[in-house]
Design a binder for this molecule. Structure first.
Ligand SMILES: [Zn+2]
Length: 361
């Protein structure tokens, strides 16, 4: 009997434990049943929010105006939308460009090249950042405030109706060059432009500086104004070689002299450098070009150079090193295209250059 009693006692104990466990499981099921599972929550959210991932991985999210909210108390969701207006997919917040430009005050004696070298930019970029500036480098006013762009290019003031493509075309650069310049703050996918905002157009140029050789106030015996610098009236060969690859004629108003790339180029006569830059616009075909005004009505042109060692306004003497030969502009091999102009008329240089030459045509 004692054993029987123990058996029933034990059995009842086990049953109580098992029943308790069943109740606990049931309660757990009930609680779980009352709240949506993780998967259900995701589904509920997906109904109210359409997430689309664009080609480059940028997520564009549009929230419907009446989202299906999960039951209260299960997620930290702000049900009251009165404080946080729902984003309207039809509006787009455009960012403005954020530029940080240095300013430079022109000091006495400074030339565009001297200033540009200080900031590691090209002289063209001084024009690009200050479109009001005269291209005549001797018009630089002492005390003028110049905007210094951080990269070579042009500062463009956006006008209504312009697009990235139209601006790129205007400056002959790629749209990507403008988009990829971070301070322009152009955002995928719309690249909205704000009229009156300013964009930096990297790699663009609106022209080069030139120099008008000054005449002195003094006059000669005949009462004509004298040039401050004037040439000897004699001309030396601009490079050491005498190998002529193309002669002067009606279609070719200069002399082409073949050379190794990077050979020294010398001033054919004394004068003032009036142009020293890559020749866009009028002189486009000339590549890197130097023009020297000899103050006596004559000018010499040195084209297709690989590098330029002088700046507009600089005085050079006959035989002075001014640059190196190259193959820039419309050129099919390293050579110098040399011109002697007499009051804008292009003459045959061989009429003035002494000594023999080689026919290399
Ligand atoms: Zn030529």
């Amino acid at each position: 009997m004692r054993n029987d009693h123990r058996f029933w006692h034990r059995l009842s104990g086990h049953l109580i434990l098992a029943g308790g466990a069943l109740i606990l499981i049931a309660v757990g099921q009930f609680q779980r049943g009352s709240s949506p599972s993780g998967a259900e929550l995701v589904a509920a959210t997906a109904v109210s929010t359409q997430v689309s991932v664009a080609e480059d991985g940028v997520e564009v999210t549009a929230v419907s105006p009446t989202p299906t909210l999960p039951p209260q108390g299960t997620l930290p969701v702000v049900n009251d939308s009165s404080l946080a207006p729902l984003p309207n997919p039809n509006t787009y917040q455009t960012k403005l460009p954020v530029h940080e430009f240095q300013l430079h005050e022109v000091a006495r004696g400074e030339t565009p090249n001297i200033i540009a070298n200080q900031y590691g930019i090209s002289a063209d970029t001084l024009l690009g950042g200050n479109t009001w500036l005269s291209q005549e480098s001797n018009q630089l006013q002492v005390g003028a405030q110049l905007v210094i762009l951080p990269v070579d290019g042009v500062l463009h003031n956006v006008r209504a109706g312009e697009t990235i493509e139209s601006i790129a075309e205007l400056y002959r650069v790629t749209p990507e060059a403008i988009i990829n310049y971070p301070p322009n703050n152009l955002e995928f996918p719309f690249y909205r432009l704000v009229p009156e905002s300013e964009l930096v157009i990297p790699g663009a140029s609106i022209g080069q500086f030139f120099f008008t050789a000054p005449k002195s106030v003094a006059t000669n015996a005949a009462g004509e104004p004298q040039w401050t610098v004037f040439g000897t009236g004699t001309y030396i060969w601009p490079i050491n070689g005498r190998c002529i690859t193309q002669f002067y004629n009606g279609f070719h108003p200069g002399l082409d002299v073949g050379s190794m790339e990077g050979s020294p180029v010398y001033a054919s006569d004394t004068g003032t450098v009036t142009y020293a830059s890559f020749a866009a616009g009028t002189y486009y075909d000339y590549g890197n070009l130097i023009v020297i005004n000899h103050g006596n009505g004559f000018e010499t042109f040195y084209a297709h150079l690989s590098s330029i060692g002088v700046f507009p306004g600089q005085t050079v003497t006959q035989g002075e090193l001014i640059g190196f030969t190259g193959n820039t502009g419309r050129s099919s091999g390293p050579h110098i295209h040399f011109e002697i102009r007499d009051r804008d008329f292009r003459t045959n240089p061989l009429d003035r250059l002494g000594g023999g030459y080689q026919n290399c045509t």
